[in-house]
Design a protein around this ligand. Structure first.
Ligand SMILES: [Zn+2]
Length: 177
């Protein structure tokens, strides 16, 4: 499989930003037929209820998905779960809550929040371990882009490698019966 986002750890924000638009188009963002979608939606519902997470599902960009496990009941806000990628993003947000791992360090004096790449990798690993489907190539590429949407930082390249390895694992798990 080609690795179109196998970038160095120091490309500019502009270079990464140029990849953004690719996140919103592609087979993994297309609406799935109801028969494929229903089990995925039921899975997200089951997980959010099981972990007592309020799920705010609404029309929003993939990069705007978020959640919180501090200050009151845990919650996640995700795009409508109607596609492969939306399902994986919802799993990722649940993973943040279950593992209690933040995406960012508290803002520094410079005001620039620091992305916690090791946390992001661990949360994607959780999401992939719990996924009912093996990510398509298109979804795998977009997951890589999600890891590139902030300034290059410590651990980003390692996080990419961890997530790619786990995608291979989940493919092996779900295709060998
Ligand atoms: Zn995250």
């Amino acid at each position: 499989m080609s690795e179109p986002y196998d970038l160095s750890s120091n490309e500019t924000f502009e270079e990464v930003a140029a990849m953004f638009e690719q996140v919103f188009e592609g087979t993994s963002t297309e609406c799935l037929p109801a028969t494929e979608l229903e089990p995925l939606r039921e899975h997200i519902t089951r997980l959010t209820e099981g972990h007592k997470i309020e799920w705010d599902e609404k029309s929003m960009g993939f990069l705007d998905a978020r959640g919180s496990f501090e200050d009151g009941p845990s919650w996640i806000a995700t795009p409508l779960v109607d596609s492969e990628l939306a399902y994986l993003v919802a799993l990722h947000e649940i993973g943040h809550i279950v593992l209690r791992l933040d995406s960012f360090e508290d803002a520094t004096d410079s005001g620039q929040p620091v992305r916690l790449y090791a946390n992001e990798a661990a949360v994607w690993e959780w999401a992939l371990d719990n996924s009912m489907i093996a990510p398509s190539t298109d979804a795998a590429e977009k997951i890589a882009v999600f890891l590139l949407t902030d300034d290059p930082g410590e651990g980003r390249q390692e996080a990419l490698q961890r997530v790619r390895a786990r995608i291979s694992d989940v493919r092996a798990r779900l295709t060998s019966t």
